[in-house]
Design a protein around this ligand. Structure first.
Ligand code: ATP
Ligand code: ZN
Length: 283
């Protein structure tokens, strides 16, 4: 049995549950409970505050967890980061009031910086030879300058709209973060084997999220040009259509290149382009 912690309620909860569900792991409905077991996989889920998670993993209270890289770095916990999970993206940034004359990190010399991330911020400042006063606060960091708790803030940002509405301007990114899978570095053989299976499923789900299945029809004399445009997993399948001189082409493309490729495909004579979601990609 592998015990995995996820955030109980917050920005990572939904993404974590969804990843587990898409991995084909069915979990008991939780209600107000703190833990639940999976029906069809040797896994137990614990629902915790994200701040506590790295320590629980380091202490072996849970075997693995899904948590923001920002929290892992801040806690400096002895855990292995297994892989990035592609959701919960944000950045830890420095932001200054509009009137602050910012010309690089040196401008922060002697400033008072409000943050919930004193360890990461401290490391950043000392690596740039800046000495500033760090004011640790646990929430609503963005209002600190307004209430006189600091001249500058160091906080998590995703769109930047919270900063903007508080009259702050983002000036430096200190850390790029997203949800990561972490594990205890000292798992027993049995637990390590379950983690391996869990990871195999997650890999299949995440690969699929980033890919689309494309089918299209093309005159035979355009096949060569179209194949050149398709960076598929291997070469595309080409099947004859029931109309002489035409074929149907099937392949997989990455979400990132998708729109660019579709435009080029049309330009090269492709017709009836269908795009389908992929549920899992096993390599
Ligand atoms: P908890 O009750 O578990 O302590 P919290 O309020 O500390 O929750 P959330 O605000 O739910 O935490 O954020 C959880 C994680 O979501 C963050 O640590 C970070 O990794 C990620 N995240 C993504 N976007 C943002 C954002 N715009 N602001 C804050 N965190 C973000
Ligand atoms: Zn928290």
């Amino acid at each position: 049995m592998l015990r995995i912690a996820i955030q109980k309620s917050g920005r990572l909860s939904e993404g974590s549950r969804k990843l587990i569900a898409e991995s084909g792991i069915e979990v008991e409905q939780i209600g107000a409970r703190l833990r639940s077991a999976a029906y069809n996989f040797p896994l137990e889920l614990l629902y915790l505050r994200d701040d506590d998670i790295p320590q629980y993993v380091a202490d072996g209270v849970v075997d693995a967890a899904i948590v923001g890289r920002n929290i892992v770095r801040e806690r400096e916990a002895e855990v292995s980061v297994i892989r990035d999970l592609g959701f919960g993206r944000c950045r830890l940034s420095l932001a200054v009031p509009k009137a602050f004359a910012y010309n690089g990190p040196q401008s922060l010399q002697g400033a008072k910086i409000a943050t919930s991330y004193p360890t990461i911020l401290g490391g950043y400042l000392s690596s740039r030879g800046v000495s500033a006063e760090i004011q640790v606060i646990s929430g609503s960091v963005e209002i600190a300058p307004t209430i006189g708790l600091g001249d500058v803030v160091c906080d998590l940002v995703s769109s930047g709209s919270t900063l903007m509405s508080n009259g702050l301007v983002e000036v430096e990114t200190i850390l790029e973060s997203e949800a990561v899978l972490i594990a205890s570095p000292t798992l027993s053989g049995e637990k390590a084997a379950i983690l391996e299976k869990f990871l195999f499923r997650i890999n299949a789900v995440l690969r699929a999220r980033n890919t689309k299945y494309i089918t299209l029809n093309t005159p035979n004399d355009s096949i060569a040009r179209i194949v050149e445009l398709l960076p598929g997993m291997k070469s595309p399948s080409v099947l004859p259509l029931n109309i002489p001189g035409w074929s149907s082409l099937h392949t997989v493309v990455s979400e990132d290149d998708f729109w660019v490729i579709v435009e080029k495909l049309k330009g090269a004579g492709a017709q009836g382009i269908l795009v389908l979601p992929i549920e899992k990609v096993i390599e």
